[in-house]
Design a protein around this ligand. Structure first.
Ligand code: HEC
Ligand code: HEC
Ligand code: HEC
Length: 459
């Protein structure tokens, strides 16, 4: 008996030692994460007096950073937080960043604010989730970071609203491993040299806005398996190379050869230009952020985007021939296949047999990014649910695009989308009925009558 017990305890002991070692390692890793979270100076104060000019500058910068988009719940008070942001491990809720003393950031020092915005470290010294785009905001200058603080503390209305706890299961909810993620993938303020690499001051300004506050890469740059953007500036060939967001294709922004700088400015200022109109999550970016930017800043962004090399998709030699072939087929209107017939019957009145639409009213379908992207989800979504450019200060919303969910079944939409992706100069793979079915399932449920009418489903 005694011998048996001895033997078994001997057998167990290596495991015990391993367990103790693992616990010690975990404690050491946790302790080191506290050290990593000590970057910056939480006690720092503003280096300048708060003036109306500084506050006004901060307001412009808050627009450029689109803080309101994430820090406002649907139907909630501006900046009071509570918007749920989906992540692979659960829902993260944005926080109250109004200057309310008990539930917001009203009692924060400048240092607390700077650490959260540029370093991803929360008020209590724990690491923030990168749902807050601090890897981009690290590029914000000291002067701009101070102006933002001045604006939030002095010009935003305080709202008393407690933060909502994140919906992430234990042990994934432990924040300390995030400190390691951040040390590996997020730069520290002042370390983002490539911004200054451009010698042209206009391009440098554009690079600063796009890479920094604009955090354009958080949607337009592909992410690695470990979730960081594959590049935070144009020293990486992946930067702004196009990505996918909630199954919607996000087009590349490198070079944007298909638009002039003026067309880029118009798109960012009003959500439309002579060839395209905005859809998907870019609508909110235009409405909350870019439509409030100054012409000079938008021109700087356009100049920078156009300066990035890498848009070398070859122009097909037979482009003109293919264009006229499609126009000819649609005009003759005999022997049409299903997709062509559906186009003529449902779309041609606004987008025309040329697929050229009409400037600033009906977007061009020949050459549109949403039609040619590898992932057709955005296109299917627009055909089913319609689209409407948001109203901006400079351009009220005009005609919406009607939705066709109630008028076409999945195989009809697939045939139509396939025609669009292969008609005129467009060149993208065919769409299947299964792909349409998947998008349809994700649409908000409509009343039967509405669906049958195929009513104006603009979301
Ligand atoms: C893409 C969405 C997004 C944008 C844009 C964004 N935030 Fe955040 N922010 C978040 C989320 C989500 C959190 C909470 C992160 C967490 O709990 O770890 C957060 C946290 C914060 C915190 C820390 C709050 C706390 O209680 O610890 C501050 C301060 C903050 N954001 C300020 C800003 C400012 C200023 C801007 C604009 C320059 C901005 N945020 C833009 C999503 C965003
Ligand atoms: C929240 C995610 C998100 C952010 C942030 C974002 N974009 Fe976009 N952007 C999109 C999506 C989605 C589209 C596709 C829109 C469509 O299908 O109509 C898009 C489209 C565009 C287009 C149209 C390109 C084309 O070829 O049609 C431009 C230009 C653009 N974005 C510029 C920017 C700039 C500049 C910024 C930063 C200031 C930015 N975006 C930030 C999601 C985003
Ligand atoms: C009554 C006129 C009208 C009809 C009919 C119509 N459209 Fe549109 N379409 C528009 C308008 C207006 C927009 C721009 C909406 C906006 O402001 O975002 C648009 C936008 C689009 C877009 C997005 C383009 C971009 O650059 O983002 C696509 C794709 C599209 N339509 C395809 C179709 C297809 C396919 C049909 C037929 C099933 C069709 N449209 C029928 C008016 C129309």
């Amino acid at each position: 008996m005694r011998n048996d017990a001895l033997r078994s305890s001997k057998r167990r002991s290596p495991w015990l030692i391993l367990l103790v070692l693992a616990i010690l390692l975990l404690i050491a890793a946790w302790a080191l994460s506290r050290v990593l979270n000590s970057s910056g100076d939480a006690a720092a104060q503003l280096s300048q007096p708060v003036t109306p000019a500084l506050i006004a500058q901060g307001e412009v910068l808050a627009r450029a950073g689109d803080c309101v988009a994430c820090h406002t719940a649907h139907g909630g008070k501006p900046f009071a937080g509570g918007l749920g942001i989906q992540s692979p491990i659960g829902t993260i809720y944005s926080t109250n960043i109004t200057p309310d003393k008990s539930t917001g950031i009203g009692s924060w020092s400048y240092g607390d604010f700077e650490r959260a915005v540029r370093r991803g470290i929360g008020h209590d010294g724990s690491a923030l989730y990168p749902a807050m785009p601090f890897p981009s905001y690290a590029k914000v200058t000291d002067a701009d970071s101070e102006a933002l603080y001045a604006y939030f503390m002095n010009a935003v209305a305080p709202v008393q609203q407690a933060n909502q706890a994140n919906d992430i299961p234990f042990p994934l909810s432990a924040r300390w491993p995030l400190a390691y993620w951040r040390s590996l993938f997020a730069p520290l303020p002042g370390s983002g040299a490539p911004v200054a690499a451009a010698t042209d001051p206009q391009i440098a300004r554009g690079a600063y806005l796009v890479q920094g506050l604009g955090h354009c890469g958080s949607c337009h740059t592909p992410r690695a398996l470990t979730m960081q953007e594959k590049g935070l500036d144009d020293s990486s060939a992946h930067y702004l190379g196009g990505a996918e967001l909630n199954q919607w294709a996000v087009p590349p922004l490198r070079g944007v050869k298909h638009w002039s700088a003026q067309e880029l400015v118009a798109y960012l200022a009003t959500g439309r230009n002579s060839t395209a109109s905005v859809a998907g999550e870019m609508k909110d970016v235009v409405q909350n952020s870019t439509s409030h930017m100054s012409q000079e800043d938008l021109q700087a962004i356009a100049a920078y985007l156009k300066s990035i090399p890498g848009d070398d998709r070859p122009v097909a030699a037979d482009l003109e021939a293919r264009r006229s072939a499609t126009i000819h087929t649609l005009t003759a209107a005999t022997d049409l296949d299903l997709g062509q017939r559906l186009y003529l019957d449902n779309c041609g009145a606004c987008h025309f047999v040329t697929g050229q639409g009409a400037p600033r009213t009906f977007p061009r379908l020949d050459g549109a990014s949403i039609i040619n992207s590898p992932n057709p989800t955005g296109l299917i979504h627009v055909i089913l649910a319609g689209a409407q450019t948001p109203s901006t200060a400079q351009a009220p919303s005009i005609l919406p695009m009607p939705g066709f969910a109630g008028r076409m079944d999945d195989s009809e939409v697939a045939a139509l989308a396939t025609f669009l992706r292969q008609g005129w100069g467009n060149d993208a793979p065919a769409v299947s009925a299964g792909q349409v079915e998947d998008v349809r399932k994700g649409l908000p449920v409509k009343h039967v009558g509405e669906a049958a009418l195929g009513a104006n489903n603009a979301q």
